[in-house]
Design a binder for this molecule. Sequence first.
Ligand code: 6CS
Length: 370
Amino acid sequence: MLFVLMLSLFLAACGGETEEPEENSDEPANDEPANEDTENAAGENEGETAGADIEEAEWKFITEELDGQVQYEYAEEFAKRISEKTGGKITVTPYEYGGLGSEVDQVKSLQQGAVQLAVMSPGFTGNMVKEGQIFALHYLFPSDQRATQDILNTSEAINTDLRARYEEYDISPLGFWTEGAMAWTSNVGIEEPADFEGLKMRVQESPLMIKSYEAYGAAPQSLSWGELYTGLERGTVEGQENPIFFIYDAKFHEVQDTMTISNHNNYVAMTTANTSWYNGLSDNLKKIVDETIADMQDWVFDKQTELNNQFLEEMKANEEYPTEIIELTEEQRAAFEELAVDVREFYRTDVSTVDGAILDKLEGEIEAAE
Ligand code: 6CS
């Protein structure tokens, strides 16, 4: 035995062949070059190194928007980053709105695990995750979008408490971000609450959104955005709210005469994952997903700013479909705010399943931030 041991030491010292490493050994086999990626300077090929222990997989990522709009651009950027970080082992396939049914159908697809990831607007879960309707409350967040995004990034009420409510339904919101300030479109030119009187306002699937417009005297109804252009054209609905980039890119300005820059709220979207799938990811992949989403908060903020500015300019310059653009003064905004504040009470008593605790905490966080 001593002879055998000495012989193998002698052969190893001479650079002779050695045994293959045991299956579970972490060491590379001596007769193969060490992983070249790890030898590169400055983290080059970091993705390939990171991807070394990752199995190939495809993750489906649905969005509620089309190519060129914020959500879809987000999914494409996410796909690019995940591929880089996993050395191409994970392919994320983004899906535009439309192919997988309505927004509510998309929520079900995520819950059932037919897709792994989705950008979701809380408005479409309004009949299920009651607390998620918090984002339908007007004048809750600061009117400044950067300040709003900072709260969305750091709020415990949102990122811990609200997330837990969603996870009861197998939906994990991993990031909350604004798609920009909301504006109203109509043919009446909304400047004061009286302009809403009897107006058939389109909203998403959220009882609280309905309540918010009833507070102004409107006659709101829920509709998928896929039916919104035709609805406005035919007059089945007469007004709607959305960020400017979306109003212009979805061509609502073709069938609406005026846009009120009301900034009564901001449009919140969530990057969500199917909870069971997310929990089943390896620690390494979970970390890659979490870090990518955290890193993209600034990216998506810049993207929505860019698109909202760009489309506002395009709308102003459009002579084929001219739009009267109304900017509300602080005084005019205050008249809406006065009516909107009571809706918070409705949220506390009739919507919230936790006695308004999430709203109380969020209000405190907003106040502290301001
Ligand atoms: O109004 C809507 O329903 C749509 N608005 C935006 C900004 N994104 C998708 C959503 O479905």
